[in-house]
Ligand binder design. Structure first.
Ligand code: FNR
Length: 449
């Protein structure tokens, strides 16, 4: 039995994306879980090799977002966690990723309404027959190992019974979060139940749930002792300071943020995901002047500038753009891959076009919004108000603004109609000289072609 000591990055929604997983590996994690990925999101995606980043990307075909990005460096250590309630869907999703990951895990511990209502997460522990069918189908048909992550039941005997049933499917490991489905992170973690189950189970048990008391390797050792498990999985302790995996001790938060940011830039992570992860590291430091400045950031370059990495970011982004990288901002219906039909996009003859995206938080008051500014200017000049014509393709929107005998449009496809209208109005304001082009570049609205 593989009962060697391991430190494992736990699955964490939005936190467990590629830069964080690589950072955890850099610091010494032995295994890293992805965030939970819902089966249909994988099924809806298309697998592409990204030659510029040297990554494998699973791209959502309806809006161009990256569902899962991975690379060779983590290939032997990454566990893809699936959220599922259906054996067929889980197997199809598993087949799509089995050449790119080390193993597959099924989430049977999430107590959130979204999961439980869909029959996923902890709902599977209440429907063990279904859980067994899902695991067995994966174990029998995938070429990579399969595991699951559960919560404890109210007693140690019930927990062991549940685990025995799951183990009978042939899974190679099981992670146990030492709280029941009704307990929350602040509740005491039942190390005794994990210990009882681990000592009576023939496959390795990964102990989870100790972050509240873990700030050092000595604390990890205590948790290992209390649970009798050689494999320890950390979520919050790693989310707060990923260098918890370092055998030589924690690093200062600023150092961790700089190292995280470099990876985020290197792997073209989205600014919103990068910001979310750093927010979770900063926690109460968000109230400091620098924290507040950070919260205002919209672009990677702005975030990077707070940790003096703006030159690094600029250099990498320029390099990637020169190589023709496709980011979310490059996605338009024409670039979405099969099997969707190719939509016909009318060429906008004579229209003023710019690649402009609307970033809501740039505008403090409603009266500052591009549409409001354009309308009030039109009113002052006695011109007819602009007309907006929005087109939708798949889940993307683009608006043509007709104003004073001219059409204006952004080539950036927005995720909703309101944003698309504001984006079109921005193009109009910029080309009329009513908004400064330099400001729009620096706040991330005007994108390079
Ligand atoms: C989680 N957790 C979690 N669990 C899971 O199986 N799949 C997931 O996608 C997530 N997402 C997630 C996001 C965030 C931000 C947190 C903090 C937690 C639960 C997590 O893996 C773990 O079981 C608990 O946090 C308890 O472990 P710690 O935090 O005490 O180490």
């Amino acid at each position: 039995m593989n009962n060697s000591r391991e430190l494992i990055l736990a699955p964490m929604v939005r936190v467990g994306t590629l830069p964080m997983r690589l950072l955890a590996l850099d610091y010494g994690a032995d295994r890293v879980y992805t965030e939970e990925l819902i089966d249909w999101k994988i099924l809806r995606s298309v697998r592409k090799h990204n030659d510029i980043l040297n990554t494998t990307d699973f791209i959502d075909q309806t809006d161009g977002t990256i569902v899962f990005r991975t690379c060779q460096r983590e290939r032997q250590k990454v566990v893809l966690q699936l959220g599922t309630s259906d054996a067929d869907r889980a197997l199809k999703a598993g087949k799509m990723v089995e050449d790119d990951v080390a193993s597959i895990d099924i989430n049977m511990g999430c107590p959130k309404e979204f999961s439980v209502k869909g029959g996923m997460g902890v709902a599977l522990l209440q429907n063990l027959d279904k859980a067994v069918i899902i695991l067995k189908s994966l174990v029998d048909n995938l070429k990579i190992p399969v595991s699951c992550k559960i919560r404890i039941m109210p007693t140690k005997e019930e927990t062991l019974k549940t685990v025995e049933k799951l183990v009978s499917t042939g899974i190679h490991m099981i992670a146990i979060h030492g709280r029941t489905k009704d307990e929350r992170p602040q509740h005491f973690v039942h190390t005794d139940i994990i210990k009882y189950v681990a000592s009576n189970t023939k496959i390795p048990v990964i102990a989870n749930g100790g972050s509240k008391e873990i700030e050092s390797h000595a604390d990890i050792d205590k948790f290992r002792e209390a649970t009798g498990c050689s494999k320890i999985m950390l979520a919050r302790a790693a989310e707060w300071n990923c260098s918890i995996f370092r055998r030589r001790g924690l690093l200062a938060l600023d150092t961790v943020i700089v190292e995280y940011l470099k990876l985020a830039v290197d792997y073209d992570n989205s600014p919103s995901n990068t910001k979310y992860c750093i927010q979770n590291m900063l926690r109460e430091l968000q109230d400091t002047p620098r924290g507040k400045q950070f919260l205002e950031c919209q672009t990677m370059k702005q975030i990077c500038s707070i940790w003096n990495l703006d030159d690094y970011c600029e250099l990498k982004q320029t390099e990637y753009q020169a190589k023709g990288i496709q980011g979310r901002w490059e996605v338009c219906p024409e670039t979405l891959g099969p099997p969707n039909k190719k939509p016909k996009i009318q060429k906008l003859e004579g229209a003023v076009e710019m690649k402009m995206r609307f970033i809501r938080s740039v505008y403090r008051n409603d009266t500052d919004l591009p549409k409001s500014v354009l309308h009030s200017w039109a009113g002052k000049k006695g011109l007819k108000l602009p007309k907006y014509d929005t087109r939708q393709e798949e889940k993307l929107f683009r608006t043509i603004v007709m104003f004073d005998g001219q059409c204006y449009a952004s080539t950036f496809w927005e995720k909703n109609k309101k944003f698309a209208e504001q984006g079109g109005a921005l193009v109009c304001l910029c080309s009329l000289g009513l908004m400064n082009e330099g400001d729009l570049v620096s706040n991330g609205s005007l994108l390079r072609s």
